[in-house]
Design a binder for this molecule. Structure first.
Ligand SMILES: NC(=O)C1=CN([C@@H]2O[C@H](COP(=O)(O)OP(=O)(O)OC[C@H]3O[C@@H](n4cnc5c(N)ncnc54)[C@H](O)[C@@H]3O)[C@@H](O)[C@H]2O)C=CC1
Ligand SMILES: O=C(O)CCC(=O)C(=O)O
Length: 423
């Protein structure tokens, strides 16, 4: 469904490094510090042989990259996807380090996962694989060491299996993962948190392009956790979601999609391309990208908006739910066209903020209600936006929020590392 991704343009890690370098130049960071900050603290790679239902053993490959822990325990999601590799996890782990620093939660950055396609596995096979992966990375995890969470193709159920497997060796430890089911000390509000945080930031950013959030039209790429919650929350705000795409294809509805009905269709195993309703038409990938809208929300995979397709976009704002969805070339192209970009490291940070709340609740075996979680999330997201926007405003001519956000994140990590005496 996506255009071929930007692999040929830059590798995932090169993409992250590009913005790191721009921010590091502004901070006048010496080369030796840059090297330290770009190098992951620990990279774990494991082989996971699993006997599947056909009787054969399939060897999967698992990864956990812990990038930087100067500001707290390593934190970041677990991704199950056939195309993952070490380079991608290095990039995603580094993004987590800057993200947690930008929103000011006391975590470092990590990311990991397995090169599997969960859609080809039966539930008991997925459970077996998750448990085997957890056993193999168990030694580097812990509620004060490294705390995984859901990412692409993982969810609360996968976190429940990870918690249970970890508990076999360490005793009951809900704080070992976040994004758990509510029945297992998961936090109210975590499932929708990434999208809720994105909507808070969209509301902060809208005036920058004279947009009234309640009147905005929106196109969303990806309709999983982040995309479907963004669709539902934006609709509740009064915005009109006019196009949605997932791996299977895309649909468009000028008068607006029923985002709840579409979410129910997907939750029941349906594909976006097969969604049928009055006024809804199937469209091609190109037509989807070229949808006339105020806001484009990438909420699928990295490199989705690249030099080869950025020109198709007809929006005033991009709010990045996905991690690294826009390549540097596409970023530049869009900004030249006057598109305002709210970057991943702040736009999708709501997930890790509520993961932080979940971890805090777990450490105390205490529970906050959803309103309290959402209000606290709003306070943190709005503060992060103001801090980044103020820094960007100091750079007339290049007011990119992305580079300003990287600057802020890197500065905070450097300060913590210096105070610890790490350099
Ligand atoms: N789940 C979370 O709390 C957070 C997720 N993110 C990022 O948001 C993005 C989405 O994550 P989730 O919603 O959790 O994953 P998910 O697995 O729930 O949903 C992924 C969606 O992307 C779609 N997709 C995959 N390949 C596609 C393609 N080639 N073209 C169009 N759509 C495609 C899938 O069909 C699905 O609708 C990822 O980049 C993830 O790293 C960022 C912060 C937190
Ligand atoms: O909630 C978390 O700990 C991590 C979420 C995540 O993987 C991300 O922000 O990309």
């Amino acid at each position: 469904m996506l255009q071929p991704t930007a692999k040929a343009e830059l590798s995932s890690f090169e993409l992250v490094r590009h913005y790191f370098d721009l921010a590091a130049d502004r901070l006048a960071l010496p080369d030796d510090l840059r090297e330290v900050l770009l190098t992951a603290y620990r990279e774990v790679q494991v082989a996971i042989p699993v006997r599947l239902s056909d009787g054969r053993i399939t060897t999967f490959h698992g990864y956990r990259v812990q990038h930087n822990g100067a500001r707290g325990p390593f934190k970041g999601g677990i991704r199950f996807h056939p195309q993952v590799d070490l380079d991608e996890f290095r990039a995603l782990a580094a993004l987590m380090t800057w993200k947690t620093a930008i929103v000011g939660v006391p975590f470092g950055g990590a990311k990991g996962g397995v090169d599997c396609d969960p859609s080809l596995l039966q539930p008991h096979e997925l459970e077996k694989l998750t448990r085997a992966f957890t056993q193999r990375i168990d030694k580097v995890l812990g509620p004060t060491r490294d705390i995984p969470a859901p990412d692409v193709n993982t969810n609360a159920q996968v976190m429940a299996w990870m918690m249970d497997e970890y508990g076999k060796g360490h005793g009951y430890t809900p704080g070992i993962v976040t994004g758990k089911p509510i029945a297992l000390e998961g936090s109210f509000g975590r499932e929708a948190a990434t999208a809720r945080g994105l909507v808070y930031l969209f509301r902060e950013a809208a005036p920058a392009v004279n947009l009234v959030p309640q009147e905005a039209t929106v196109a969303i790429q990806g309709y999983g956790n982040v995309g479907s919650w963004a669709g539902r929350l934006l609709s509740r705000l009064g915005a009109r979601v006019v196009a949605v795409a997932d791996e299977s294809g895309a649909v468009r509805a000028e008068r607006g999609l029923d985002t709840d009905a579409l979410a129910a269709h997907v939750r029941d195993g349906g594909r976006v391309a097969d969604y049928v309703a009055d006024g809804v038409e199937p469209v091609s990938g190109e037509e989807f990208l070229a949808t006339d809208c105020d806001v484009f929300v990438p909420a699928a995979l990295g490199g989705a908006i690249h030099a080869g397709n950025a020109d198709l976009l007809r929006c005033r704002m991009v709010v990045e739910g996905a991690n690294a969805p826009t390549t540097p070339q596409a970023d530049e192209l869009l900004r030249e066209k006057g598109v305002f970009i709210v970057p991943d490291v702040m736009a999708n940070a709501g997930g890790v903020v509520v993961s932080y709340f979940e971890w805090v609740q777990n450490l105390q075996h205490f529970r906050w209600d959803e309103r309290e979680v959402n209000d606290k999330l709003g306070t943190i997201m709005r503060r992060a936006y103001r801090e980044v926007a103020a820094r960007a405003a100091k750079r007339p001519g290049d007011g990119s929020l992305r580079v300003a956000a990287f600057e802020l994140g890197i500065e905070r990590v450097v300060e913590a590392a210096r105070l610890r005496g790490n350099f």
